[in-house]
Design a binder for this molecule. Structure first.
Ligand code: MN
Length: 733
């Protein structure tokens, strides 16, 4: 643990005028306040604020910030109060410590109003003082460095939060080295294999190329000296996380990454920067599209530098970043590079104030003008967090998502199981569709259905996060397979029964090689998909089995025609994974999209009427109303017939499309009467097509949506009762 005099020494090294007494008093006060508290590592808790302060002394921050770092956890974790801190250390430090206490609470807020309010406090605290945010980042950095002492679940949450919120924030504030370290620690935690792979590869490169960085450094230094530019050259290997991101973003292999090495060329003046780029570009071929002049056009966070990539020394592709020493300070420490000057006596604050600091202050000012908290959130999204939205779970957990994310993305961000079982949501207490785009500060409550494990396949095209997309794809694929497998098993069992043989899994297992499949599941799926004929499965065990397919359907005595056929199909199939209860026939309607059940394209079936499923090899099951003339095409294929039925959830009613043909008098108002009649009985007209015909009558085809067969029949009889209507029929495909 850092000693009292060490803390003073660290500050004095860069700030000889530092108030030694103040630092000493803070040290003693925090030590007493935290007393015997311990960290998860078993270390005294007090070591933590000291380490945070040490990180900030490396950034050469002013003594108020350092003292605030030493005290940052006392209000939240001990008996100390703001008043006490004000009295002992002054209002400036009191405000900083309180700002940090508020930031800490952000994770624990619940109600929406309080969230917005805290968000506001958070940023207003930054407004008076960007130093609060700097302490918060240092606090996070130390927590990340000591993450291994936390339980695994907590570790992952903290690392994700770091990658989602704090590392980008450090980047926005222009603090590159802080960002690099946060990212690297989080990356190592979240993807240990990927991290280890990249580190191993980098080591390999080091062995293969030898001291290449030192060699190129020397070559560059000599070259610039020869051409009269006084430059300090510093080479470095890119960070594992930035290499990983590049591999991911461009989906390229490590071997193909060309710029693993970067070189910084530091020069005294801006003129020297342009002289240096001149030397580089007249000496080596440049890589097109890689030249960026951030000196004439600085980045928003005040970053200034000239970037170029050349096929340079030792024939390596290297990135060069050319900047002055001052620019380098800002690039490395960002806003922290300026914070020290803020209170330095005699400094011309307005002239010296960096663009980043001014930008931050402007943002805060515009925020402070917002009337209510929601206005405030609206503003913030224009500024600090342009490409992200921050939402909350009802328990106050902060979920960061990319802009455009929906409640579905939110559900998957919380947990894959939450996403897969999501059926609805409340956004800020109001029921909303799951596809709603989320906004900053939204509190999202996901409603889940017990036992639902398969999301609608269509979600895949709605979501914006990769995590959600991958999970949906996986779940749908598994569900489709389970569906085919369940269906195939029924067909196989039935084929055995028809052949007068007993179906035994063991025997079929032994016959797998003959079917060129490696598992029973594969056989069932193949049969379910129509890729394998069930008769062939029977024959694999009983080679003497004679296929009756060619002879046409065999009907029991007394059965004939449609009815007999339908009975011969005699099969009900079950919802996958639900065992065999008879009443769990598939909710046919719920299985559109990628799932293998669909409706006949014309004259679709509606609930309440008898239906039949036809297995269409390679495509799935098509549902027809039992009276459909289209069924004659399948007369000689009994294997394809499936007796299915409705499984309608009366709680979640849905409309079903159907078509009717209406013949009406060709007189004004007739159409109005028809439309009104359908509307009054609760039907929904999608489309009306007129059959061209010059006579006293008009014939039209009406596409409409109804709840069920009863509803459809009501509409039909209501229409028949109208004097302008001469004929009404349901259209069957
Ligand atoms: Mn802390």
């Amino acid at each position: 643990m850092m000693r009292q005099y060490e803390l003073v020494d660290r500050v004095r090294k860069y700030n000889p005028d530092a108030d030694e007494d103040l630092l000493n008093r803070a040290y003693v006060y925090a030590m007493k306040a935290h007393g015997a508290q311990k960290r998860a590592s078993g270390d005294p808790f007090f070591s933590h604020p000291l380490e945070v302060a040490a990180i900030l002394t490396d950034l050469k921050l002013d003594e108020a910030t350092i003292v605030a770092a030493v005290l940052h956890d006392v209000i939240e974790d001990t008996e100390s109060t703001r008043e006490e801190i004000d009295a002992l250390f002054g209002k400036e430090i009191g405000a900083l410590v309180e700002g940090l206490t508020k930031l800490k609470k952000l994770d624990m807020v619940t109600a929406r109003a309080r969230q917005a309010e805290n968000f506001r406090k958070l940023l207003l605290a930054v407004a008076d003082d960007a130093r609060v945010l700097l302490v918060k980042l240092a606090d996070r950095l130390h927590n990340m460095r000591t993450l291994k002492h936390m339980p695994p679940v907590k570790r992952i949450r903290i690392a994700e939060e770091t990658l989602d919120i704090y590392a980008p924030l450090a980047g926005r504030l222009g603090m590159q080295s802080m960002r690099d370290e946060l990212e690297d620690l989080a990356f190592k935690q979240l993807m240990p294999e990927a991290h280890a792979m990249i580190v191993a590869r980098l080591d390999e490169l080091k062995v293969r190329n030898g001291p290449i960085i030192a060699k190129i450094e020397k070559e560059l230094t000599e070259l610039f000296a020869k051409r009269g530019v006084k430059a300090k050259v510093k080479g470095r290997q890119k960070q594992p996380y930035s290499i990983w991101r590049k591999m991911e973003r461009k989906s390229i292999a490590f071997e193909l990454l060309s710029d693993i090495y970067g070189f910084r060329i530091l020069v005294p003046t801006v003129e020297d920067c342009y002289a240096a780029i001149g030397v580089a570009h007249t000496t080596w071929p440049t890589v097109p599209g890689r030249f960026k002049d951030y000196i004439s056009t600085p980045k928003q966070n005040d970053y200034r530098s000239i970037h170029t990539t050349v096929i340079g020394p030792s024939s390596q592709r290297v990135e060069l970043q050319i900047r002055t020493y001052d620019m380098h300070e800002v690039a490395e420490y960002g806003i922290a590079a300026h914070a020290l000057y803020k209170d330095a006596p005699g400094s011309e604050t307005s002239a010296n104030e960096s663009r980043a600091y001014r930008g931050l202050r402007r943002m805060i000012e515009s925020l402070a003008e917002g009337e209510n908290s929601e206005d405030f959130l609206e503003h913030t999204k224009l500024e600090l967090f342009q490409d992200q939205v921050f939402c909350f779970t009802p328990k106050g957990r902060l979920i960061a998502l990319p802009r455009g994310a929906t409640a579905i993305d939110f559900a998957y961000a919380v947990h894959t199981d939450v996403g897969n079982s999501a059926v609805g949501c409340k956004i800020n207490g109001r029921i909303a569709p799951l596809i709603s785009e989320l906004h900053n500060g939204d509190e999202v409550l996901i409603a889940r259905a017990e036992g639902q494990t398969t999301p609608p396949a269509a979600w895949e095209s709605v979501v914006v996060t990769g995590k959600a997309r991958a999970a949906i794809r996986r779940a749908t694929r598994e569900a489709v397979r389970a569906q085919y497998s369940g269906l195939g098993r029924e067909i196989v069992e039935r084929a055995f029964k028809r052949a007068g043989r007993t179906f035994a899994e063991g025997k079929l297992k032994a016959a797998l090689p003959r079917l060129a499949r490696s598992s029973l599941e594969d056989v069932f799926v193949a049969v379910g998909r129509g890729e394998m004929y069930s008769g062939d499965v029977v024959r694999a065990i009983h080679p003497d089995f004679k296929d009756e397919r060619a002879a046409g359907p065999v009907l029991a005595e007394g059965e004939s025609g449609w009815f007999g056929l339908r009975k011969a199909a005699g099969l009900m199939f079950k919802r996958p994974g639900k065992g065999g209860e008879a009443d769990s026939a598939i909710p046919i309607r719920g299985l559109r999209g990628d799932l293998p059940v669909r409706f006949a394209p014309k004259g679709g079936a509606v609930p309440g009427e008898r239906i039949v499923g036809i297995l269409t090899p390679g495509e799935g099951i098509t549902i027809y109303p039992i009276h459909s003339p289209a069924l004659t095409a399948f007369d000689d294929k009994p294997d394809l017939w499936l007796d299915v039925r409705w499984d309608i959830d009366s709680e979640r009613k849905e409309l079903y499309p159907t078509q009717i043909a209406v013949t009406a008098l060709n007189e004004p108002g007739a159409l109005g009467i028809i439309a009104t009649t359908i509307g009054e009985t609760g039907g929904n007209i999608d489309k009306i097509d007129f059959v061209p015909q010059a006579s006293d009558f008009r014939e039209m085809l009406i596409d409409l949506e109804v709840w069920d067969i009863k509803h459809l029949n009501t509409i039909l009889s209501q229409l028949r009762g109208k004097s302008v209507v001469s004929k009404v029929e349901r259209v069957s495909g």
